[in-house]
Design a protein around this ligand. Structure first.
Ligand SMILES: [Zn+2]
Length: 129
């Protein structure tokens, strides 16, 4: 971005939905200006919520109801895109669920609980089977 730095959003008065991750209140934001660039995309969000909790990883919450589809997008392309987004989101959710259980200490990916010596016998079935 070579343009001078300026705020690309404005804060809308009022409060958004509570953060789905941490339940803290959220700020409503919208683009300071919807540009040609936004309109060229398959869709953009007219508004979104910003989590006010600095510790929260969600930060930006984009509810479906604020999604603005490009009216020039043909139906098939939009269908494909929506399908892709659904599977993409499902994947993300799964990743997030894993990271959450790591945070809560329910699942250890790496760290102290990792066995000093990983099983070396790879000939048979997996050790957890
Ligand atoms: Zn949050």
């Amino acid at each position: 971005m070579s343009k001078p730095k300026r705020k690309r959003y404005v804060v809308v008065p009022g409060q958004g939905d509570p953060c789905p991750r941490c339940c803290q209140p959220t700020q409503i934001r919208e683009h300071s200006e919807v540009t040609e660039k936004h309109r060229r995309q398959p869709f953009y969000f007219s508004r979104w919520f910003h989590c006010t909790n600095p510790q929260c990883k969600a930060q930006m919450i984009c509810p479906e109801r604020f999604k603005v589809w490009n009216p020039h997008l043909n139906a098939r392309r939009r269908d494909n895109l929506e399908r892709w987004l659904v599977s993409h989101h499902a994947q993300k959710r799964e990743q997030r669920a894993v990271m959450d259980s790591v945070d809560r200490g329910q699942l250890v990916l790496w760290g102290d609980a990792w066995p000093d010596e990983a099983p070396t016998d790879t000939s048979g079935s997996a050790p957890w089977e």
